[in-house]
Structure formats: structure tokens, C-alpha cells
Design a protein around this ligand. Structure first.
Ligand SMILES: *Cc1c(COP(=O)(O)O)cnc(C)c1O
Length: 426
């Protein structure tokens, strides 16, 4: 008797389990293709992608304009290192600076590298401009932050799983409660050695925590008062995800109509990654004005791949798509629709507690304790119903589709989500 053929999916999962380090716990689905808001598994089943690779694929999977930029530049010149100039980097730097309204940028590859870069710039500024005594600089961070996975970055994480047995850790960080201006002011007042305040405009990984409306603007004002750099990690919130070009964005030079009336919270240091490439290539960047960025001199910092011609071409195409396709406006409009539809349902739901978010960065909190596997089981059921999402922390499910979604598609997804949640009602 013939042995049952293992599915293609199961084979792929088995290979990862056998040969790959077990540093993730993926939802059991094996994807082989993506286009726009959709992905397909290796058996050919089609899904709506409601994670967008943690908001890297804001422009949609395999966007033709971005893919074309990647292919064409790869065929022309892919890597020179920064030992020589290349004819794309300056163009790219000018484009990004004008796009976001800064005087200078420093190109890197991943989000964590860009955060590391921002921390190094901030410390150097503290010693060479602010005049803090050598090795005394402190950087304020927030509880439940997520800024990446390097040794220094996990030094100021409070996720025990991310930290255990990875010490000794890097000194020089003070952790305060998120969305607490009193804590920020008290820390600034009591410590003359503070160089910077590193903050996510919305805490994505922690479960899409949106701070109060005046938090960022008042935090920025406090930083100014105490001569401390306001460092915004917009790796996840940036590039149209939250309904405007940046979550800290007010009346900057961005093309977003929704900006009017929202006060400008311009960071001293802006950190970008993820959707800077539309997911086609690892591209990150740190932006600042000259008074800050000029502390960096030859030899201080770098990366072999940072600012390579392919990254430059891909990022410019990815940012053009955001503008051409009005992705910020679309995220704002669809986000409001998503939350209002889910709120209608939640009013009478015993399984969904609340929906929160901005633009198309949203989360639904499941009515069960944090250790339960209800949110995971809901994500498995969503998968079976053709929609891929993942719990962030315990009982919180993040919903962040590509921003190229149409209203009709969003309504279909709302139906799938509500239909699925209904099967879990107690
Ligand atoms: C994803 C993320 C990072 C880290 O980016 P990587 O490219 O995974 O290193 C940093 N900060 C925030 C807010 C993120 O969401």
C-alpha cells in the first residue's frame, strides 16, 4: 500500500525544523508567491496578508515598479562598498532628505542597525556638542519597547525571552513608562547626563499601543527644554502605515493631505526601515539635520552594504509608489473603516474586547488571559478562512495589511475576521 505523500507545505516546514535555528515560531503556512495584498501557499491557496512582513510590504507584494528598479540596478551595478563613490547614493540621499525634510541621512540595511546608528550618533553628539562628560551619557527608553535584536538593543528591552542568557548588557539606558510625560520630565530633571529619548510613536510589537494625542508633541517639547535629542523609531510606523507619511509627521514637507492641523513633531533623529524598500530588499536609514549628523566623521561608523546602488534604486522606487498611489490617504481612510466596522461587532462580542490603532496599524485584543492560546487559535482559523495575521503579545492580534488594499477588499476581510471571531464566541 502506498504511503501517503507528505504535503509540500509539510516538507518545507520539516526542512526548516531540521536545518534552521528555531528562533521563530511561525504560523504553519508555507508561502510561495505574493502579489499586492495577496499571498499564495505552495498548495495554491490564496490568502489576504494582514501582517505585511511587520509593515515592510506597505506597497504590496512584488510591486512591479519596485521589482523593476531592483532588477535593472542589479544588472548595472550592485555593490561598490563605500570605499568608492557610486552614482546612485548621492541621488538617493538627496531624494530621501527632501522627501522627509531633513538635511542629512546615513544609509544602513536593517532596522536594528539603524537604531544602533541612531544611538551612536546620539552619544557622540552628547559628548561633542552637548558637553556631557565622557562615558556618562544616558539615553531614555520606554518600557515594552521593541527596537530590534542586537546585544545593545536588547540591553534596554524588558522582554525576558529576548534577554535571558544574552548578558552582560550595555549600560547607559534609563527605562521609563511609555505615554507618561511626568516620568519623562522627572527623569530629565534629575539627570543632567541625558543625551536622548528613544521612542516608538506607536508601540507596534508591544501590541499596537497608541499614546495619548499630545504625548509626542509634549515629549518633544520636554526634550527641547532639556537639550536632549528626540529620537523617533519609525521603522514600523513610518512610510504611510499609520495614515500619514510618518506617525510623527505634522506639517512637514510630506505630500499627505491628512497632515494639515496636526502639530509637527519633528524628531531630531528619525529612524526608518522596513517599508523604505517596500519589502524588496533590506534598506534602513537614519535622518538628522547637520547640527547632529555632522558629529559623524570618516571611520566612525559604516556598513559594507549600507547605501549600495540597489538599495538606493529600490528605496527611491518604493517611496515614489507611496506618493503616486496615495498610500497614506488610503491607510487613513481604510483604517477608520476597519475600526468602525470592528467596533460595531465588538459591542456585542464576548471574544473580542477592543480594537485600537491608527491608519492600517491596528490590533484586536482578545478577551482571554495573556497565557491562553486563544489568539493563536483564532489566527489558525483566520488562516483556514483565507487571511493571515499573527498574535503580537499573548492575546493581541495585529492587523496590518498592505496599504494598496481597496475598500471592497477591506470589507471582504472584515467579513472574514468577524465570521471567524464569531466561531470563538463563548
Ligand atoms: C522591526 C523593527 C525594528 C527592527 O528592524 P529589523 O529590520 O528587524 O532589524 C526596530 N524598530 C521597530 C519599531 C521595529 O518594528
Amino acid at each position: 500500500m502506498a504511503v501517503l505523500e507528505q504535503s509540500t507545505s509539510q516538507k518545507a516546514i520539516d526542512l526548516e525544523n531540521k536545518y534552521g535555528a528555531h528562533n521563530y515560531h511561525p504560523l504553519p503556512v508555507v508561502l510561495g508567491r505574493g502579489e499586492g495584498v495577496h499571498v499564495w501557499d505552495v498548495e495554491g491557496k490564496k490568502y489576504y496578508d494582514f501582517l505585511s512582513a511587520y509593515s515592510a510590504v506597505n506597497q504590496g507584494h512584488c510591486h512591479p515598479k519596485i521589482v523593476n528598479a531592483l532588477i535593472e540596478q542589479s544588472k548595472t551595478l550592485a555593490l561598490t562598498s563605500r570605499a568608492f563613490h557610486n552614482d546612485m547614493l548621492g541621488k538617493y540621499e538627496k531624494y530621501v532628505c527632501e522627501y522627509f525634510g531633513f538635511e542629512k541621512m546615513l544609509p544602513m540595511n536593517t532596522g536594528a542597525e539603524a537604531v544602533e546608528t541612531a544611538l551612536k550618533i546620539c552619544r557622540k553628539w552628547a559628548y561633542e556638542v552637548k558637553g556631557i562628560e565622557n562615558k556618562q551619557a544616558q539615553i531614555i527608553v520606554c518600557e515594552n519597547n521593541f527596537h530590534g535584536r542586537t546585544t545593545t538593543i536588547i540591553s534596554f528591552s524588558n522582554d525576558p525571552v529576548a534577554r535571558k542568557h544574552f548578558g552582560p548588557f550595555t549600560d547607559g539606558f534609563i527605562k521609563i513608562e511609555y505615554n507618561n510625560l511626568d516620568a519623562l520630565e522627572a527623569t530629565l530633571k534629575n539627570n543632567l547626563n541625558v543625551a536622548g529619548f528613544l521612542v516608538e510613536p506607536i508601540q507596534g510589537e508591544a501590541g499596537v499601543y497608541v499614546p495619548s494625542d499630545d504625548y509626542l508633541i509634549k515629549a518633544k517639547a520636554l526634550c527641547e527644554k532639556y537639550n536632549v535629542l528626540f529620537i523617533a523609531d519609525e521603522v514600523q510606523t513610518g512610510i504611510a502605515r499609520t495614515g500619514r507619511l510618518l506617525a510623527t509627521c505634522g506639517n512637514c514637507s510630506c505630500p499627505d493631505k491628512n497632515c494639515s492641523g496636526i502639530p509637527d513633531v519633528k524628531p531630531d533623529i528619525l529612524i526608518l526601515g522596513k517599508a523604505l524598500s517596500g519589502g524588496a530588499y533590506p534598506v534602513s536609514a537614519v535622518l538628522a539635520n547637520d547640527s547632529v549628523m555632522n558629529v559623524i566623521k570618516p571611520g566612525n561608523h559604516g556598513s559594507t552594504f549600507g547605501g549600495n546602488p540597489v538599495a538606493a534604486a529600490v528605496a527611491m522606487a518604493a517611496l515614489e509608489v507611496v506618493r503616486e498611489e496615495n498610500l497614506a490617504e488610503n491607510a487613513e481612510e481604510l483604517g477608520q473603516l476597519f475600526r468602525s466596522e470592528l467596533n460595531n461587532y465588538i459591542e456585542t462580542s464576548s471574544i473580542a474586547k477592543l480594537v485600537r490603532g491608527k491608519g492600517l496599524l491596528n490590533a484586536v485584543v482578545i478577551n482571554d488571559d495573556e497565557e491562553s492560546d486563544t489568539a493563536w487559535n483564532i489566527c489558525l482559523a483566520l488562516r483556514d478562512n483565507g487571511l493571515l495575521a499573527k498574535p503580537t503579545h499573548g492575546n493581541i492580534i495585529r492587523f496590518a495589511p498592505p496599504l494598496v488594499m481597496t475598500k471592497e477588499q477591506l470589507m471582504e476581510c472584515v467579513d472574514i475576521i468577524i465570521k471567524t471571531l464569531k466561531t470563538f464566541e463563548k
